[in-house]
Design a protein around this ligand. Structure first.
Ligand SMILES: *Cc1c(COP(=O)(O)O)cnc(C)c1O
Length: 379
């Protein structure tokens, strides 16, 4: 058996769908159907229906999805938007790109998700709204966050770039906030053969504004009238075909991720120096990443690497400690800061085999227990 365990395996997913899309790809290329057209509309309809909302707008990537939604909501200079400190930088970056100021909120130490209390602590008179991030594939508590936001008159967006198909109390992410933003970056749970993204919303006016901003500020139904200064941010039709085909496989792939996660959780329970992340009973976690916390993260990571097990760190710094966001770091956020030194993402992808998961478990167990034995006669 090949002892290496890759961090992910995008090729296996591509191989499953390629037979169904190679011929449509060829036809699209020979008829030069690259931008817009029926394939994009079909996927937008698919995606809106999948999320249980009425509108989906395909855009070029997840960062644009966030940025364009903020702009369409009227966010701009002088406004503040609350974002969790533990997230990929794109969440905070989108706020700055929209001209506004990110205010970082700390996260729950068990789940690393933004909570109603951490949101409240970050609100100031300039706050217009907040972005909840469904980090690693686990939804934040959107019921409590929605009521906190609406009591304060704030908009609430979902950054669901890591949580395609996740749900909270049976309701799919993407259907809670004023809008939700997705990335279809290749390694996301639903990933294109390149960049892609989408916004979903129930609000027809917001959908129209986002669509216009993503298409050079064109007025609906007009090729020549430009009512806003927009940009160019489109989901292209080849990517839409890939996503349409992959969406049919997503439920099976999600179940495979969840099965691997359950095996990890069982195999790694009660280990000295390793803490599993909390999984909320009301959350249907889609395990974009399988993250554990290790007191000796760097040592374990190096040893796993030597044994051929590829791992990742998401994220090495909380956003407010990144140089780019230093000017927005107003206070210490202890939970986010502590997590960054301990988190380790283990191999996780739909086609990971039981033997591969077991190999990661066995290696990790022996690394942690050997150390405990070796360290026992302290001197
Ligand atoms: C990937 C990601 C994004 C950005 O998506 P891109 O398509 O890479 O621009 C935003 N937020 C989170 C939480 C992400 O994981």
């Amino acid at each position: 058996m090949d002892p290496t365990v890759p961090f992910t395996d995008l090729g296996a997913m591509a191989d499953e769908i390629w037979p169904g899309i190679s011929e449509p790809f060829r036809r699209a290329i020979s008829s030069a159907e690259f931008i817009g057209g029926p394939a994009v509309e079909l996927f937008e309809d698919d995606w809106a229906r999948f999320c249980g909302v009425s509108h989906a707008i395909g855009v070029a990537n997840g960062t644009d999805a966030l940025q364009l939604t903020l702009r369409a909501l009227g966010v701009g200079p002088g406004d503040e938007v609350v974002v969790p400190a533990s997230t990929f930088v794109a969440t905070a970056e989108a706020v700055v790109l929209a001209g506004a100021t990110p205010r970082f909120a700390d996260v729950d130490p068990q789940t690393m998700l933004i909570t109603p209390d951490s949101l409240l602590a970050a609100i100031t008179p300039r706050t217009q709204g907040a972005i909840a991030v469904h980090l690693y594939g686990q939804p934040a508590d959107m019921e409590e966050l929605s009521s906190t936001a609406s009591e304060r008159g704030l908009f609430l967006l979902e950054d669901a770039a890591q949580a395609h198909g996740a749900s909270w109390r049976g309701q799919l992410v993407g259907s809670f906030g004023d809008a939700a933003c997705f990335s279809f970056y290749p390694s996301k749970n639903l990933g294109a053969f390149g960049d892609g993204g989408a916004v979903v919303t129930r609000d027809a006016n917001l959908a129209r504004r986002i669509r216009s901003l993503a298409d050079h500020g064109r007025m609906t139904g007009s090729h020549h009238g430009h009512s806003l200064v927009g940009t160019t941010s489109r989901l292209d039709s080849l990517q839409a075909r890939v996503l349409h085909a992959k969406l049919g496989r997503l439920p099976v792939w999600t179940e495979a991720r969840r099965a691997a996660a359950a095996r990890y959780r069982e195999g790694l329970a009660d280990l000295p120096g390793l803490e599993l992340m909390g999984e909320h009973v009301l959350a249907h976690h889609v395990y974009h990443l399988f993250v554990v916390r290790l007191s000796e993260r760097d040592r374990v990571r190096a040893e796993l690497g030597k044994a051929g097990v590829q791992t990742g760190v998401h994220y090495a710094l909380p956003c407010h400690k990144e140089m780019a966001f230093a000017q927005y770091a107003l206070e210490e956020l202890p939970n986010s800061e502590a997590a960054a030194t301990e988190v380790l993402s283990l191999p996780m992808f739909p086609h990971i085999s039981r033997a591969q998961v077991d190999r990661v478990i066995d290696l990790t167990r022996s690394l942690l227990t050997e150390k405990a034995v070796a360290g026992a006669p302290a001197h």
